[in-house]
Design a protein around this ligand. Structure first.
Ligand code: ATP
Length: 327
């Protein structure tokens, strides 16, 4: 890794200042829809709703107490699958579980519940980013208080993806200064990479994601050439309609169930500069970058959290640290 150069530092400071003066509200489009699911809904039904609406997560609402009850994500379905594997004799319960049972499922399989952090939409975007990174959440609900009822209301959910897109689209004057390469700044993970083969079962890949606490596994051939990436969200169509047996099918078969508008995977090389990665983020729907060599051999993986962490925490000067201290 090389030391950070002056121009790069200026670029990063510019991005951090931008995140301090913008709020989460700024990231939201002028008009958007928000699908909130009632906690009493059957988990089975929630899958259909996500698929029908082309979404992969939704806030949950406790209508008895009229309050926000957490965020439903692909991880919850992965937990359900683990439950099914650990207690196959309870398959009838699996069919009857409601979204409100998700916390009991976590307890039964012994995973720690994800912290349900939320942020007020008028707080600086910097705060939403650092909360997300600290809690390892990939998305964060924007929760406000309705002045008439004094009750919580979910305004929207912002993701790492949306924030990086917002940065990439609005701060070209800063991102163009980020000329150090992926190799120079050590961006991403390059050792102990979790990979799988096309012939591995979906269950094996899910297990890898759980053990490594990651949301994507590159699929390689016997020569370590990258063929595809299996993502946590690819699990959703696999268990549609309670077809848990399909989890025993191969990754290759599961990947054929992707939506028709799936845009493919994105790659980069270690000699690519960070400014060019921001150009890719600006132009495409990137959720992670697979780092390859000239012959498509797998070298590493750069997740959105790797990029966001680099932007937020690299080369922070003491005067900047004061600005970022929580109120
Ligand atoms: P997302 O990519 O879903 O937005 P994220 O940015 O938190 O979420 P993860 O895929 O969960 O990404 O990655 C978390 C950390 O693990 C990152 O530092 C990333 O470089 C690393 N990582 C990601 N995939 C793998 C993998 N297959 N093997 C080893 N490490 C990985």
């Amino acid at each position: 890794m090389s030391p950070i150069d002056e121009e790069q530092l200026q670029g990063l400071k510019g991005l951090r200042n931008f995140l301090r003066v913008r709020t989460s509200y700024d990231v939201l489009p002028l008009s958007f829809r928000l699908i909130i699911l009632d906690n009493d809904l059957l988990i089975k039904k929630s899958l259909d709703i996500l698929i029908q609406n082309g979404i992969v997560s939704a806030p949950l609402w406790d209508s008895q107490q009229s309050r926000f009850a957490g965020l439903l994500t692909a991880t919850d379905y992965i937990n359900l699958i683990q439950y099914y594997c650990q207690f196959p004799e309870h398959i009838d319960d699996v069919e009857k579980f409601r979204l409100s049972s998700l916390r009991d499922i976590e307890k039964a399989i012994g995973v720690l519940p994800l912290e349900t952090v939320s942020v007020h939409p008028s707080r600086p975007l910097y705060e939403a980013c650092s909360r997300m990174l600290k809690s390892r959440a990939r998305r964060i609900p924007l929760v406000d208080i309705d002045h008439e009822t004094e009750r919580e209301t979910v305004v929207s959910v912002i993701t790492q993806y949306r924030i990086l897109k917002f940065i990439a689209v609005n701060t070209e004057q800063h991102t163009m200064l980020l000329k150090q390469t992926v190799r120079e700044i050590g961006l991403g993970t390059y050792s102990n990479l979790a990979t799988a083969k096309m012939t591995d079962s979906v269950l094996e890949v899910i297990n890898l994601m759980v053990v490594h606490n990651i949301s994507a596994v590159p699929i390689v051939d016997k020569n370590n050439v990258v063929l595809n990436v299996f993502e946590a969200v690819d699990v959703i169509p696999c268990i549609k309609g309670g077809a848990y047996d399909e989890l025993k099918s191969t990754v290759g078969e599961a990947l054929t169930k992707r939506p028709e508008d799936f845009q493919g995977i994105y790659t980069c090389q270690e000699d690519d500069r960070l400014d060019s990665i921001f150009v890719t983020l600006r132009q495409s729907r990137v959720h992670r970058l697979v780092v390859i060599d000239d012959n498509w051999h797998l070298k590493g993986i750069i997740s959105l959290s790797d990029i966001l962490k680099y932007v937020l925490f690299t080369g922070v000067t003491s005067d900047e640290a004061e600005l970022s201290a929580p109120p």
